[in-house]
Design a protein around this ligand. Sequence first.
Ligand SMILES: Cc1ncc(COP(=O)(O)O)c(C=O)c1O
Length: 368
Amino acid sequence: MQINETRTETSRILKIGQRARKLQEEQKKPYLMLHRGVNAVVNIDINSIAKSIDFNSTDIQVYPGTAGKEKLRRAISDSYFKGKANPENLLIMPGGISGLDITFQNIQVDGIALPNFFWGSYAQLAKLRKIKLNAYSNLQSVIKYPHKYTNQLVIINDPGNPLGEKHPDTDIFNAIDRLYHENIPVLIDSPYRRVFMDNEDDLYQRLLKYPNVIIVDSFSKSMGLSGQRIGFLHSQNKDFIQEAKQRLLYATNGVNAFAQELIYKLISTEEGKSAIQKFKRETSQAIAKNIDFLINNNLLSTEFYKNSKPMGIFASINRTEEELLANKISAVSMSYFSIEPEKHKNHSRICVSVPHEKFVKYLNPLVK
Ligand SMILES: Cc1ncc(COP(=O)(O)O)c(C=O)c1O
């Protein structure tokens, strides 16, 4: 059988996880798994919401429609765009990664421009879809020289993966405004932002001013529901949405109806909203304490946070992957997240979204 190879690589993150689990088993000692990108302070409590869903209804038992349930798209407009987004411009996606992949397939560009430190899967997806990679050093350089990104799709990921850095929103808007005037498309992929913000956040509503902006978001991080595989995509370009919908149709036949009902109930009922609030409050409080611990103990890679501040759910620390593993912590070398791997191998990405006491217990032996 002849196979069309993807030429992509299995994520380094998965490999580190396998290695840490093997060591854990061999040594019969628990490891702190900080290589992953999941919130692990608390679970969101969805048991009673899930029980209120009628599984014997057509809402659950038939195809959900390619674009996703209209009531869910309306609810997303209400809670993410202050009611200002047209539900026709929204598609429900099986997770953010599918929104990214469909965008990469849909858009005609010479390449994609990524921040200096970027999530490795962007590069793998670009390889899969045969798109060239470029990097921009920071938002300031995009603001100064937007024309450098002509015919590129510029990706903004804030707070970022792997650094967990938050740029001022004014920098994000200035960059988008400059790119808009150069007719350059921008992809906002910021699934971590809502961990720290509530429905009062007006970013997406303000972005409606910019037809060059595509938004991909997900419920994996802001609600800890990565297992449900659900997110959304927004664009004001009718052709873009129409073609994305066709790709979604032939790739998926629509997104799991249970996941759609669940998210609908979470974002539109009082019970759901308070479950989300509790999850986000406890998660963001632990993250803030963990980042303070890193700063106070000189463990944060401060040189990477010059025009931004560490917010989470990740942070970079000035220790190697091996040093951390020797201390029973799984982490991912920063070399994996850069196109200059040699330069950053003394630093590692850790997930800071874990209970504070546990974090301190494992990180304390690294303090000098
Ligand atoms: C920056 C970024 N974007 C998008 C995603 C996609 O997440 P999901 O497919 O679970 O929505 C991730 C997941 O780790 C991510 O880190």
